[in-house]
Design a protein around this ligand. Structure first.
Ligand SMILES: Cc1cc2nc3c(=O)[nH]c(=O)nc-3n(C[C@H](O)[C@H](O)[C@H](O)COP(=O)(O)OP(=O)(O)OC[C@H]3O[C@@H](n4cnc5c(N)ncnc54)[C@H](O)[C@@H]3O)c2cc1C
Length: 410
């Protein structure tokens, strides 16, 4: 690795990681542990870590039964679930180990339940196939068509608390974290970058920039086939607690899509939420109104979405019609009420922080990428499609990515 210094740089580091989301911070720590004599810097454009997806998700530590056994997601979700639960206990972080019921809304979901059960078995994930009566012993108000699946290892954590703790670990490992520092473009020499804080000399660049990962990768000659398609996840919070919810409740997802369907989440502090939606967003950080609007992104994304809508590629038109209805709180509550008796009495009125999924679209095949992707060479490495459940996966995923980086810079 090139460690030569030059006077004209405002800063220099052997390894620079862009993005202080959960993937960036865990990967920076992993690299620092492997290259202890190298300086590692973490750049974050926002004022604090976990500002985007890592601090705006459901906070669920998934168990690992949604994904086919040959996927990276399957392996890393199963292992990540165990590692995060150990980490939270070790650090004294809040964790709600209340499991999850996956319910059948109608007869056609029974095929999906069987498939999930098979995936769970193949992935080595504990999972119980229950009758409706057995499911009601766990959650007396649950509604399911004949059968349900129970995942005992699903848990919820506070994602912001976990990110903040990992950031403290990173500082203790000697990682230099620069907040409010935006990566702008690669410099001319190939060993420098231009940031909002000036020109930095960099030995190796790692891009874990979430919603902007494809843009940065393109600047290094990668992500030729991929662009981020942002999907907005809205949540609504129950404002009343007329009864206690005992577990998380999810529908059987459409397994051709990377979304799990709006569900009831039991947060670490016992609150109940419904969400998230998967509404097509019109720009990358399109959280509310016109906040963070960027005209260039808007035209590019809307053009792409219009094309997918027109062709109904991967059922995008049907998805868009269905999801847009969920802007109405009443619609979301009504849909979710099919899984939980009496849920309307919980008073779902308050909106939570929306989150945006940095979902990768393969522009050559017109399909959404279902698994994690990465590309790189001996100069730079780009983490693409770190979508759900990348939070759960972050620890083993980072080890895997660090192995790939180690091979590239040998
Ligand atoms: C609604 C929703 C619900 C989800 N639920 C779950 C769940 O229950 N369980 C689970 O495991 N996963 C869940 N996920 C997925 C999970 O949150 C993400 O996969 C994960 O947080 C991705 O982490 P990241 O570090 O890649 O991205 P991010 O958290 O988005 O971090 C990327 C960082 O890069 C920074 N950045 C971008 N561009 C630049 C630049 N030019 N210069 C400097 N910094 C830059 C950003 O500011 C950001 O902080 C959910 C996601 C969403 C959106």
């Amino acid at each position: 690795m090139d460690r030569r210094g030059k006077g004209s740089f405002s800063k220099k580091a052997d390894i620079v990681v862009i993005g202080a989301g959960i993937v960036g911070v865990t990967l920076a720590i992993e690299l620092k542990q492997r290259y202890s004599d190298c300086s590692v810097m973490l750049l974050e454009k926002e004022p604090f870590a976990g500002f985007h997806a890592s601090g705006r998700n459901s906070g669920i530590l998934h168990a690992g039964f949604y994904y086919t056994a040959d996927s990276l997601k399957a392996r890393f979700t199963r292992d990540g679930n165990i590692l995060w639960r150990d980490y939270c206990r070790e650090k004294g972080l809040r964790i709600n180990e209340s499991g999850k019921l996956v319910v059948a809304i109608s007869e056609k979901d029974l095929v999906g339940l069987d498939e999930l059960c098979l995936r769970g078995e193949r992935n080595g994930v504990p999972l119980h196939y229950l009758t409706a009566k057995e499911a009601q012993e766990i959650e007396p108000r649950v509604i399911t068509y004949g059968y349900a699946l129970y995942s005992p290892t699903t848990a919820s954590i506070d994602p912001r608390e976990v990110v903040a703790t990992k950031i403290r670990d990173a500082v203790n490992f000697g990682i230099d974290i620069q907040y409010g520092c935006k990566f702008l473009l690669p410099g001319s020499s190939g060993r420098e970058i231009i940031t909002s804080h000036g020109k930095y000399e960099v030995g190796y660049l790692v891009n874990a920039a979430g919603l902007y990962a494809d843009r940065i990768a393109l600047q290094y000659g990668f992500s030729d086939s991929y662009r981020i398609l942002p999907f907005k996840g809205l949540y609504i919070y129950a404002t009343k607690r007329p009864f206690k919810l005992h577990t998380n409740i999810y529908p059987v997802p459409d397994m051709s899509k990377p979304f799990l369907g709006a569900h009831f989440t039991l947060t670490v502090d016992g609150h109940v939420t419904i969400g998230p939606t998967a509404i097509p967003a019109f720009w990358r950080e399109h959280y509310n109104g016109v906040s963070r609007f960027k005209a260039g992104e808007f035209f590019e994304i809307v053009r792409r979405e219009w094309d997918l809508f027109r062709r109904n590629t991967f059922g995008f038109r049907d998805l868009a019609f269905e999801e847009i209805k969920k802007y109405r709180k009443g619609y979301m509550v009504k849909e979710a009420a099919a899984m939980l008796r009496g849920s309307e009495t919980l008073g779902f009125r308050k909106r939570g922080h929306p989150g945006i999924r940095a979902q990768l679209l393969n522009v050559k095949t017109g399909q959404l990428e279902m698994d994690f992707k990465y590309e790189g060479d001996d100069r730079s490495f780009h983490v693409l499609n770190a979508v759900s459940p990348a939070f759960t996966c972050a620890i083993p995923f980072s080890k895997y990515l660090a192995d790939r980086i180690q091979q590239l810079i040998k």
